[in-house]
Design a binder for this molecule. Structure first.
Ligand code: SF4
Ligand code: SF4
Length: 200
């Protein structure tokens, strides 16, 4: 895990969209947010989850691996950059490769859009915009020691399992202490296909 990184604490998210608004105002991608809020159980619950790029470390950035245009740069410090506008052809291979559902395609511009950890800020020691405006600390930027000093007893996870594949990430999730599983199951289990229960 990177020294300073984003810790996502879904239990604190109140769905206020401040992170989305702050990201939208960033100079490098004006008007578009690179962070999105997922409502995990819409209609049943108000639970919400902010989604930023997880900056996959192992395997290194599946999005960059599959890009036919070499448009996604992984920096030496492990930050996976958004697509280079001069190279991206909008083919969406990265969208399909990402296990966390992060990159989006601007169909008009034929361009991939994704969070790059506010590299223009974090490279200079500043927190990403989303973390600076989050009123509840659902997006925390710092080291794991700083997080745990502020929130005694919290556990964090940076390894997720999708089927038989484990993915270690640069961004980490805060996991309730009584629900710690290692690695954390990624995605939702498929329970129904075309109305048929496929669990049995
Ligand atoms: S959409 Fe752009 S960044 Fe994504 S794989 Fe295609 S060329 Fe690469
Ligand atoms: S979370 Fe998705 S977009 Fe981010 S580095 Fe991993 S594969 Fe790429």
């Amino acid at each position: 895990m990177m020294g300073r990184t984003i810790f996502i604490d879904p239990g604190r998210c109140i769905g206020c969209q401040a992170c989305v608004s702050a990201c939208r105002e960033c100079d490098s991608h004006r008007g578009k947010s690179m962070i999105h809020l997922d409502y995990t159980d819409e209609g049943q619950s108000v639970a919400s989850l902010p989604t930023v790029c997880m900056h996959c470390e192992d395997p290194v950035a599946p999005c960059a691996e599959v890009c036919p245009a070499d448009a996604i740069l992984v920096t030496a410090d492990g930050v996976v950059q958004q697509a280079d506008t001069t190279r991206c052809i909008g083919c969406a291979n990265c969208v399909n490769a990402c296990p966390f559902g992060v990159p989006k395609i601007d169909l008009e511009a034929k361009l991939q859009l994704k969070c790059n950890l506010c590299y223009d800020r974090t490279a200079y020691g500043l927190a990403p915009m989303c973390a600076t405006v989050c009123p509840t600390g659902a997006l925390f930027y710092g080291t794991v020691e700083e997080l745990q000093a502020e929130r005694p007893g919290v556990q964090v996870a940076d390894t997720f399992v999708f089927g038989s594949t484990e993915v270690r990430t640069g961004v980490a999730m805060v996991v309730p202490a009584d629900k710690v599983q290692w690695p954390v199951p990624g995605g939702l289990p498929v329970v129904e296909i075309n109305g048929k229960d496929v669990r049995r």
